[in-house]
Design a protein around this ligand. Structure first.
Ligand code: ADE
Length: 237
């Protein structure tokens, strides 16, 4: 079993690394190796008896697509766990809350002029769903650890959202709970290649006028909340 762990930003996978950003080494993994490929660094190692490949993609759907496809096709991962931060769209979510995606969509994919729903292109689907068994595993881990894990719809697009109007539109159009810039791209890749995946985000901001300041203030803290939960899931795999 080879497990891909992916984030979009270095800060999102940094908790898995021992040293500073300049000398990344896998903390809890044996037989560390590191490979540069396609403009990204892939860390391979073992966590207990699990083979792990770990990478961050850089921000955005195109970068996320490249990295997800590389993790599956070049590194042969059989499962992908995504960890990172998101903006809250649902007002019931606060900074630091954990959201496991039950479905992901692309809020900026728009051929609605041809009569299609927002987020839809022919031969695709508006929503792509993660593996139910990984959601169930996450629920068990959350219960055992006494951690509040919410389920929600995650909307992905190539914009950092810092606008109450756009946020309201995304909430209304997609019934979204959280917003970020990579999840649906990863979901489309994994779904197409039939690899089970799980997308976890901890809230860093409310995608409103304060979002850029909150994001900077809470990125590291929220990234750590998410990555710690993924480590707890690895314990149970
Ligand atoms: N990731 C974290 N916060 C975000 C926001 N407000 N918009 C897009 N992606 C995000």
């Amino acid at each position: 079993m080879k497990i891909a762990i992916m984030g979009a930003m270095l800060e999102e996978i940094e908790p898995f690394l021992t040293h500073s950003a300049h000398e990344p080494l896998l903390a809890n993994f044996r037989k560390t190796s590191k490979l540069r490929y396609g403009g990204n660094t892939y860390h391979e190692g073992k966590y207990k008896d699990l083979d792990i490949v770990l990478a961050y993609s850089k921000i955005g759907k195109v970068n996320a697509t490249l990295t997800a496809a590389t993790l599956l096709e070049k590194f042969g991962a059989d499962m992908l766990l995504f960890t990172g931060v998101a903006g809250a769209v649902n007002s019931a979510l606060s900074i630091g809350d954990l959201v496991a995606a039950t479905a992901l969509c692309q809020h900026d994919l728009d051929i609605s002029i041809f009569g299609h729903p927002h987020g839809f292109v022919p031969e695709g689907a508006v929503y792509v769903k993660p593996a139910t068994q990984l959601l169930a595993l996450a629920d068990r881990v959350a219960k055992a650890k006494g951690v509040a894990l919410r389920h929600g719809i995650i909307a992905t697009g190539d914009q950092f959202i810092a606008s109450s109007e756009r946020k309201a539109w995304v909430a209304q159009t997609f019934q979204a709970d959280a917003i970020e810039m990579e999840g649906a791209a990863v979901a489309v890749v994994c779904d197409a290649l039939e690899v089970p995946f799980f997308i976890l985000r901890a809230i860093s901001d409310a995608a409103d006028m304060e979002a850029q300041f909150d994001f900077d203030a809470f990125l590291k803290e929220s990234a750590k909340i998410s990555s710690s939960f993924v480590i707890a899931m690895l314990e149970e795999l």
